[in-house]
Design a binder for this molecule. Sequence first.
Ligand SMILES: Nc1ncnc2c1ncn2[C@@H]1O[C@H](COP(=O)(O)OP(=O)(O)OP(=O)(O)O)[C@@H](O)[C@H]1O
Length: 320
Amino acid sequence: MPATPTFDSAADAIVRVRGLSKTYAGGFQALKNINLDIRRGEIFALLGPNGAGKTTLISVICGMSTATEGTVVADGHDTVRDYRAARSIVGLVPQELHTDSFETVWATVSFSRGLFGKAPNPAFIEKILKDLSLWDKKDNKILQLSGGMKRRVLIAKALSHEPKILFLDEPSAGVDVELRHDMWRLVRELRDAGTTIILTTHYIEEAEDMADRIGVIRKGELIVVEDKHVLMRKLGKKQLTLTLQHPMNHVPEALAPWSLALAQNGQQLTYSFDTQQEDTGIAALLRALGELGIDFKDLHSSESSLEDIFVSLVHDTKAP
Ligand SMILES: Nc1ncnc2c1ncn2[C@@H]1O[C@H](COP(=O)(O)OP(=O)(O)OP(=O)(O)O)[C@@H](O)[C@H]1O
C-alpha cells in the first residue's frame, strides 16, 4: 500500500502549508509536519477518521488557531504575520452551531460582511439568502429557526464577505437531503465562479462525487494527497466475480495463485486484482478454470469505491 504523502508543489497554489505541527496545551500533538498546497479554484476534500486532525488543520489554516511550528500562506498572506488580510479572504462554515441569536437573519449576515471591512452590499446579501432558500426567513430571529435553517445561516455568513477560499467543516453532518443537495449545488456554483473550496467530510461518496483532489489525514499526518481519479486508479482494486454452475466446498489447489475467495455457499468465486498491473491474470484464471472443468453461468466485474480505498488507507498498519 503506497501510503507515501505526495507533496504537490503547485505553481498556482492559493494556500501553502509548510511544516505545520500543532501540539495542544495538554501536550497532545494533533498535527505532525503537514505540507500541503491547495490549488486555486479546486474543490479539495480532507478525509480522515474521527480525531484525525481535520478540524485542527482547518482552524490553523483559517488563522483561528495557532500552529506550534510551520507556516500557512493564504493567497500571499501569512496567516500569523498578516492575519487580517489572510482572514478576510477566507470564509469558514464551522461544524458547530453557535447561533442563539436574537438578531434577524438579514442583520446577522449583513453584520458578518461588515466585520471583514467590506462595504454594505444589500443586493449581494439578498442573492446569498435567495441561493440558500433563506429569503423568506430574512426577518426571522436566528433562535426561531430550525437546525437546518441555522446551518444555512452559517453558510450565508461565511459567504457574506465574498471569500476567495471557503472552508466547510463537515457541512453535511446532520442536515437533511434537501439542504445537502442545495449546498452541493451552491458549492459547485461557487467553484465555477472561481472560489476555492476546502471541505472535510465523513460522507465519502460526497468526496467521490464533488472533489477534484483528496487528502487523507490520519493521526495528525497527511498520508495521501492525490487527484481523485488518480487515487482511485492507483489504489483501486477491481473484482471479478464468477457465479458457478455447481457449488464447490473449497478452492482447488491449482487456483491458489489467484487467492480466490469463495462465497454464497460455494456458488461464487471472487478474484481481486490490481488495476495498475499490466497483466491482470484474468486470462490465465479463465484458462485454469476451463482446464479444471469448472463452469460458470455468470461473470461480472466491479471497482473499489473511494470508501474502500479510504478504509484500507486509514487501517494500513504499515503506515505510521
Ligand atoms: N482544544 C484541544 N485540546 C486538546 N486536544 C484537542 C483539542 N481539540 C482537539 N483535540 C484533539 O486533537 C485531535 C484532533 O482533533 P480534531 O477535532 O482536529 O479531529 P477531527 O479529525 O476534526 O475529528 P472529527 O472527525 O471527530 O471532527 C483529537 O484527538 C482531539 O481530541
